[in-house]
Design a protein around this ligand. Structure first.
Ligand code: 5GP
Length: 343
């Protein structure tokens, strides 16, 4: 929504160079921008060409940019696979997370851990990123913290990073408690390791869109609820949440205002060096046992990161190279603290 002063800002989700745009009525009148730039809209009177300027640019002269509708149409024409999808958009909005449900069902046969099956979402091409409306946000003293969402390929160290941040300041950081339908083990307490609920209740909650993500593992459901995030935020803590990248768009609400951090693997040689003594639960291993990284795991990680970045890069607020905290050295602590100011 436009801010109080009536100014409207958008974030560009693609690169634009008017000099390469054959459709623009006058190249000199165009405004060049890069993916991630914040633009202020000066006029939307024309359906095809909006007038905009870069945020904070003192120069009052606005330039032409393609309107959202126009640019979406151009992108769709360039990407034939997108054209067959649009109907699904409205479908998916209302059905929430049913999609991953189906995927996890399919995965039941192979009995793989559910974190892996969602890879199929790499083929999600229904969205055509052009612009999104944004509003300036300045945290007021009584505001809850923004949700911090961590995204990255398997093996990049999301859990390790979460753990390090948590122990660095237990008063400041918190993580969600997942729900499960499996029986409580003797050493576990309800609400600590998991929130234990019945299958029936779990299925009802799924129907009611109460989960951010969920899956099935060994005939039980596991999942993270929206309420579990709310309860961390209600304690006035920064909630650290790692999710599959396709769920990020569901979390981007006014309530959560998520700050999305992509943890990217370092180059191959650094990857080998930093993971020398680390272990990974490989997606190829049905039993889910942690083993030393193989060369294949590294390739897989890099490939998966590239796909995530090309498909979901427009949703990332920050990119961090995931290597330092893997090594139990001084460097690890520095990295953890360097993260803090962004929250
Ligand atoms: P366990 O029953 O041994 O505590 O956990 C078994 C498996 O459940 C984990 O390895 C993980 O794959 C899965 N799991 C645990 N928590 C969650 C969750 O919040 N969401 C999903 N999708 N899977 C989970």
């Amino acid at each position: 929504t436009p801010s109080k002063e009536g100014k409207m800002f958008i974030r560009a989700l693609f690169d634009y160079d008017p000099n390469e745009d054959k459709a623009i009525p006058c190249k000199e009148a165009g405004l060049a921008f890069r993916k991630g730039d914040i633009l202020q809209i000066m006029s939307q009177d024309d359906a095809t060409w909006w007038q905009a300027k870069h945020e904070g640019d003192a120069n009052p002269r606005a330039g032409l940019i393609p309107s959202k509708h126009f640019q979406e149409r151009r992108f769709a024409l360039r990407r034939p696979e997108v054209q067959i999808q649009p109907l699904k958009i409205s479908n998916r909005k209302s059905s929430g997370f049913r999609r991953s449900f189906r995927l996890s069902r399919k995965d039941k046969k192979t009995n793989k851990s559910m974190y892996e099956c969602k890879k199929s979402d790499q083929y999600d091409t229904a969205d055509i990123p052009t612009y999104e409306e944004v509003a300036k946000y300045r945290r007021q003293p009584n505001d809850k913290y923004r949700l911090v969402v961590l995204v990255g390929p398997v093996g990049v160290g999301l859990n390790e990073l979460k753990r390090k941040l948590l122990i660095s300041d237990t008063q400041h950081y918190g993580v969600t408690v997942p729900h499960t339908t499996r029986a409580r083990r003797s050493q576990e307490s309800d609400g600590v390791e998991y929130i234990f609920i019945s299958k029936h209740l779990f299925e009802t909650d799924v129907q009611n869109n109460k989960f951010i993500e969920y899956g099935e593992y060994k005939n039980n459901y596991y999942g993270t609820s929206l309420d579990s995030v709310r309860s961390v935020l209600a304690k006035n803590k920064v909630c650290l949440l790692d999710v599959q990248p396709h769920t990020v768009k569901h979390l981007r609400t006014y309530e959560f205002k998520p700050f999305v951090i992509f943890i990217k693997p370092p180059p191959l040689d650094r990857l080998r060096e930093t993971r020398k003594n680390a272990k990974i639960i490989s997606s190829k291993d049905d039993r889910g046992t942690a083993k030393p990284f193989t060369e294949e795991d590294f390739q897989e990680m890099i490939k998966s990161a590239q796909m995530m970045e090309s498909q979901y890069g427009h949703l990332f607020d920050k990119i961090i190279i995931g290597h330092s905290w893997i090594q139990p050295k001084l460097e690890a602590n520095q990295q953890a603290h360097r993260l803090a100011p962004h929250f």
